[in-house]
Design a protein around this ligand. Structure first.
Ligand code: SF4
Length: 444
């Protein structure tokens, strides 16, 4: 049980070898960039942020030298503003709607300005928030990832005490274990968690998996409300011959080891890596492998780059770093000899009558010595689907716009409810759910 210091992170983490791909602005650069903002009325950048930060206002405060006040605007809307400044796909969120795009000019660097402001108050040790007057109510939160942290912080501001049950021995969920290290490293995620929990009254219990170490029925009996922010589970796997070889890794498992294992290193003889998938996690793995010096890294995807679900801008960066794509390729077998994996045998695919089909007799091999499965993650909410009134849709916990399930005791947010979105979505959903929990508790 802990309301005290965070558990230590190992010093010798492989992620430290990966550079920060979006380095911070200097004070001068931030002032120049802030001065470009047009402080639009009805600024389109605001609603494109899931946490609806008043972007022109925080930028205006930077421009006038009030960096502390700028961070306050950001953190009032999004207590995870530090990590979101680093991990948000601003290219498709706030910056994509900046009016400068319509003038064929570079949009304002909103993410970098947000990083400038939030890092300033972290560096200076400035805190803005206090716990509300104690209501005598306590909320259980399941999972110590972004959704639960945002929810807990808001609940504390509203005066409710919080107990977070975390299956791992460390907090942070995706931010600590799963975000690409060239965006955010685990110690920065911990820095933010320290800042969030500084408000007090958030008790994180590590090594407590709900369903194994703690019963759902106990949570219902012992707490005034339950928020489920468990995120997603282990990697999905292709059920094809050879897929359980030691040389076939799971993407999120690899990223977690890279970010948090002590002394973890790639095998020295890895030279050709095939990453199976076309989403953002697949692209992250590609860029990480290239950043760690692997000579040849490719995406193996059953469609093409025009239809992949990963962000175009991220794939463009990956290509500049040396990645290549093997398109229209459906893996059918992982081929190995006595030394280990040698190739992925694939069927060629195509669209026929609107359906993706495999082409007969089209088999080909993609030579590689390591395969990484990046085809999605399993869902973790099943245990809550057994609760009266809580329903699931394809493994996701069904909630309304305020994170309410069909049982007035249970709320949910983040990946467990949205199926896998961004950290900023988890932050927004956690905070919204906190307000719905507060309304529920005050109505009892
Ligand atoms: Fe500033 Fe662009 Fe937002 Fe307008 S749309 S307020 S220029 S960041």
């Amino acid at each position: 049980m802990s309301e005290g210091p965070l558990p230590p992170l190992p010093e010798d983490r492989l992620e430290k070898k990966l550079p920060d791909r979006k380095p911070p602005l200097s004070r001068h650069e931030a002032l120049v960039e802030a001065d470009r903002c047009l402080y639009c009325v009805d600024a389109p950048c605001i609603p494109s942020c899931p946490t609806e930060i008043d972007i022109p206002e925080f930028i205006r405060r930077i421009a006038t030298g009030n960096v502390e006040g700028s961070a306050k605007v950001i953190l009032e809307s999004n207590i995870l503003g530090l990590s979101c400044a680093r991990v948000c796909p601003t290219e498709v969120l706030c910056e994509s709607t900046c009016v400068y795009n319509e003038m064929d000019e570079q949009p304002i660097k909103i993410g970098k300005l947000q990083r400038h402001a939030t890092e300033h108050v972290y560096d200076e040790g400035v805190h803005f928030f206090e716990a509300g007057e104690d209501t005598g109510k306590t909320v259980a939160l399941v999972g110590a990832g972004p959704a639960s942290l945002a929810c807990a912080h808001e609940l504390r501001r509203l005066g409710h005490r919080c107990v977070i049950f975390e299956a791992r021995q460390r907090p942070g969920g995706l931010n600590t274990n799963g975000v690409a290290p060239y965006k955010l490293q685990a110690d920065d995620a911990f820095r933010e968690i320290g800042y969030v929990t500084e408000i007090g009254g958030i008790d994180v219990r590590y090594g407590k998996a709900v369903g194994t170490d703690v019963d759902v029925a106990d949570l219902e009996r012992d707490y005034d409300a339950v928020f489920v922010g468990v995120g997603l589970g282990p990697d999905n796997w292709l059920d094809i011959p050879g897929a359980r070889s030691d040389d076939v890794w799971g993407a999120v498992d690899f990223i977690e080891r890279l970010k948090t294992d002590d002394g973890y290193a790639l095998p020295e003889d890895v030279a050709h890596v095939a990453v199976v998938g076309g989403g953002n996690t697949a692209i992250d793995v590609v860029r990480e492998m290239l950043g760690l010096g692997v000579e040849d890294v490719m995406l193996v995807y059953r469609k093409d780059e025009a239809t992949m679900s990963g962000y175009t801008h991220e794939w463009d960066y990956a290509k500049k770093e040396g990645a290549r794509g093997v398109w229209w390729a459906q893996p059918a077998e992982i081929v190995a000899d006595d030394e280990g994996v040698t190739a992925v045998r694939c069927h060629r695919t195509e669209f026929a009558d609107g359906r993706l089909v495999e082409i007969d007799g089209s088999d080909f091999e993609v030579a590689c010595d390591l395969v990484v499965m990046a085809i999605g993650q399993s869902k973790l909410g099943a245990i809550f689907g057994e609760v009266d009134g809580v329903s699931l849709d394809r493994g996701r916990i069904v909630v309304d716009d305020h994170g309410r399930t069909g049982n007035s005791h249970y709320f949910a947010g983040g990946d467990a409810a949205n199926g896998g979105k961004e950290v900023v979505n988890a932050a927004a959903e956690g905070k919204r759910a906190a307000r719905a929990i507060d309304a529920q508790l005050r109505s009892n």
